[in-house]
Design a protein around this ligand. Sequence first.
Ligand code: RIB
Ligand code: CA
Length: 333
Amino acid sequence: MTKPVKIILDCDPGHDDAAAILMAAVHPAIEMKAVTVVAGNQTLEKTARNALNVCSASGRCGLIPVAAGMSRPIVRQQVIAGDIHGVSGLDGPSFGPPDIEMDPRHAVDLIIETLMASDGDITVVPTGPLSNMAMALRMEPRIAGKIEQIVLMGGAYQLGNVTPSAEFNIYADPEAAHIVFTCGRPIVMMGLDVTRKVLATPDVIARVRSLGSTQAVLFAEMMEFFAKTQKEIFGWEGPPLHDPTTIAWLIDPGCVEVKPMRVEIELRGELAYGRTCCDFFGLENSNDSPGSVTFVEKSALDRPKSANARVAVDINAARFWDIVYETFAMYGK
Ligand code: RIB
Ligand code: CA
């Protein structure tokens, strides 16, 4: 048995974040060192309460610090996704009083303290806007050398979901995303291009619900609400299970195909603000462009721009759903 991957899960619960928490909390391949919360799907007050409720419902987070962080993006005005996740940010299930309390530290401080105390063997797993991670990198730049890798849900090299160009986690704090994508650490980007291939359809939900545990039923109740809003807005037959793709990749990297690419965040565009501009064909990773254009004079647009991320380009959906089912089965009946 290989050693579990140590992670900090930085999230904005959110139905799919909640599923990621429940999976990471129980799977032996993962050791959660901290759960940090950011505003995103809903305001920080709500995402923090949701994170506490879900960590408590897992029954596995009693020794894991859960801390609230950035309540606002770094530069832009705040946006939330209440239309998708409801007024509470986790509409659908009801929760009893949590049996754990929020850690009093700010999430940015917790991230810094956890990474600086580590042997540099922690994977950071952001599944919300990147405000906490960006602020931590700016407050204590030395943490970059302590991050083994960043496995994030966000972005897309194809269509956006909050504008035609941009995906929500990046759009909600593009400047933070720029800081993370330029931090120099290995990045794996699970974008909409693959998360839209894993829709929690009724048969998927029923399969997990049949396990019968509190956590399996909670997953089903969350997905049933999430399905309604996704159907109304996008017409999907089931909600894309965005955030757990990061956890599934950590459990079995073979379930997702990744491709090295240069990823840059559009910060100045009016129409494409917050887009992950992904150089899928490597057009800018050499001075000799492949027959497209040549620069007459030096400029800020000069090449080469080498790959700074491995971007998910395909996912084995059947294997992904088996991972989800097998992980929830670990909660027993
Ligand atoms: O665009 C999807 C992402 O935005 C997911 O992480 C979802 O939870 C929201 O944060
Ligand atoms: Ca999220």
